[in-house]
Structure formats: C-alpha cells, structure tokens
Design a protein around this ligand. Structure first.
Ligand code: ADP
Ligand code: MG
Length: 275
C-alpha cells in the first residue's frame, strides 16, 4: 500500500496561490512543520499550508470554523501574530500571516545572551500570555519556538490548537517535553496548563536547560512533571541572586497540581515589576 507522504502537495517557487483577498506568489520554501509546509510569499507574507488534504479531512468544516473564530479574535490583540486570511486552494487549507523578520525565543536562547538580557526579556515575554488569557484564549502548545522576538515587542504564534476558556476539554499533548500534567491525566486544559508550560519556558530561558532535562535523558518526562522529580529550584542554580519572589514564582509555575500554581495575573505582576 502506498501511504500519502505529505510532500507531494508542496507548492513550487513562483506559483501563485490564490487566496480570497489576494494571490500569494511563492518566493521561497521556508520549511516543513509536523503538519504543514511554510513559504515566504510576496516578500512580506508567511504562508502556512496544512499538508493534510481537505478531501481526506473528515472534520474539515469543524476545524476551519474553529480556526476562523480564533483568528477573528486574535487579530484584535497586540501581542499575537498578524493574520491576513485563512483560505482553501487546490484541496489544501492555507493561512497567510504577515511575515516577521524576527527570531524565535528558541534561537534567542541558543545564542547565549547575557543573564541581564534574559531577565529583562521576562517583562516582554509575559505580555502575550497575559493578553490571550485576559481574552479567554488558552494556547495549549507553548514552547520557545512559538514566541517571535520583534524589535519592539514579543508576539505569540501558532494558535492551531488553542481552546476557548470554558470549553472544559482535554487536549492532546502536542510537543515532547512541553506539555503539562493535565495533558497526561486527561484533565481539562486550562489557563493553569499554559502557566505550567510557560514556567518550563522561563526556566529554560534563564538557565539554558529544560527543568526536567535529567529525567528527559532517561525517558522519564511524564514521571518528572507529575512529581516534580529531579527539579532543581531556580535560585539554587542562581546561587540566590534572583529576587526571591521571582524565583518562587517560577518554581511554583511548575507545580504538578495546578491549584498550587500562580495565576497568569500573579505572574504578570511579578514579571512586570522586575527592577
Ligand atoms: N509570521 C511569521 N513570520 C516569520 N516566521 C514565522 C512566522 N510565523 C511562523 N514563523 C516561523 O515558522 C515556524 C513554524 O510556524 P508555526 O505556525 O509555529 O507552525 P507549526 O505548526 O509548524 O509549529 C515558527 O516556529 C517560526 O520560526
Ligand atoms: Mg509552532
């Protein structure tokens, strides 16, 4: 049997992908994600092509409606990706975004910035999370590559899997080592789940290492996050040089029981008041 390989549908350079608002001429192939291809089109447009063909997608209308609703909402926000349109072309779904000449937080960390710069970044990093939560949106798939660092602000991207507050559903874990205890326990995913993964990200930003790195090495990520096993309090790494309330806030974001984690507003208060 021949399996569909997901690549056959790749769009060629100079092909014009017909949207509803405009045509997008492909300039460059940017890469392959887990479920999509990314292109640079018309210089300033980031085009994401969902590789799964619409014709084979049983729940396509549902999927599209959900995305549409989400995108309508996030387009009014200040710290989220800028969406031009969602459309269908040749049996594929596309999203056109404004192309940002920016690096991801993952790249930023890999370039080994100074401790001072890392701590300073926290003030900007909390803004997109605070904003989406204030607007009733749970991201569910936070990780360093979902934050784009622009000149004047940080924006959050990739809302494909986000859910509305009040939906009370479990959601699949999407990325290895960046999911929460609720994902494992099939509990409802909530703002607290985003706070957990945000805590992992902040810890990684400030120390260069994932807080459960040692456990991950032996394939025990789930055991680690359910019991906070192998966790080293951040101020132990910092030899108590981080302000206590900041260090405690980070340690508590990564608590297995969501009831023990700070709320997004509490994190916001701590991060925006760093001196
Ligand atoms: N608007 C944009 N401008 C420039 N680069 C982007 C933009 N949106 C996403 N990217 C880059 O493409 C990557 C994948 O985009 P994303 O929407 O997260 O797709 P995936 O579903 O594959 O994770 C991001 O991690 C980022 O490096
Ligand atoms: Mg992504």
């Amino acid at each position: 049997m021949k399996f569909w390989d997901g690549i056959s549908s790749k769009i060629g350079i100079n092909e014009a992908v017909k949207g509803k608002k405009k045509n997008y001429v492909i300039n460059k192939f940017l890469g392959i994600g887990s479920f999509n291809n990314a292109y640079l089109a018309n210089e300033k447009v980031f085009l994401k092509q969902y590789t799964y063909p619409i014709g084979k997608h049983k729940n396509f209308p549902k999927f599209k409606n959900r995305l549409k609703k989400i995108y309508d909402k996030i387009n009014y926000l200040n710290y989220t990706e800028n969406i031009i349109e969602l459309f269908e072309y040749k049996d594929h779904c596309f999203i056109a975004r404004k192309y940002e000449k920016a690096k991801t937080l993952k790249k930023y960390i890999s370039r080994n910035p100074s401790i001072e710069n890392r701590i300073n970044l926290l003030k900007k990093l909390i803004l997109p999370l605070f904003e989406i939560h204030q607007n009733g949106i749970i991201h569910t798939d936070l990780k360093p590559e979902q934050f784009l660092i622009l000149e004047d602000k940080i924006i959050l991207i990739d809302f494909d899997h986000c859910i509305d507050e009040g939906l009370n559903i479990n959601a699949p874990a999407l990325t290895n080592y960046w999911y929460s205890p609720e994902h494992i326990k099939y509990e409802n995913i909530s703002f607290h789940s985003d706070v957990f993964t945000f805590g992992l990200i902040v810890y990684k930003l400030l120390t260069n290492i994932h807080p459960f790195y040692e456990m991950i090495k032996t394939g025990r990520y789930e055991e680690a996050i359910l019991n906070k096993k192998g966790y080293v309090p951040i101020n132990q790494i910092y030899k108590n040089t981080l302000p206590t309330h900041l260090a405690e806030c980070i340690d508590f974001m990564i608590e297995p029981d969501f009831k023990n984690r700070p709320t997004t507003s509490e994190v916001y208060d701590v991060f925006t008041n760093i001196v």
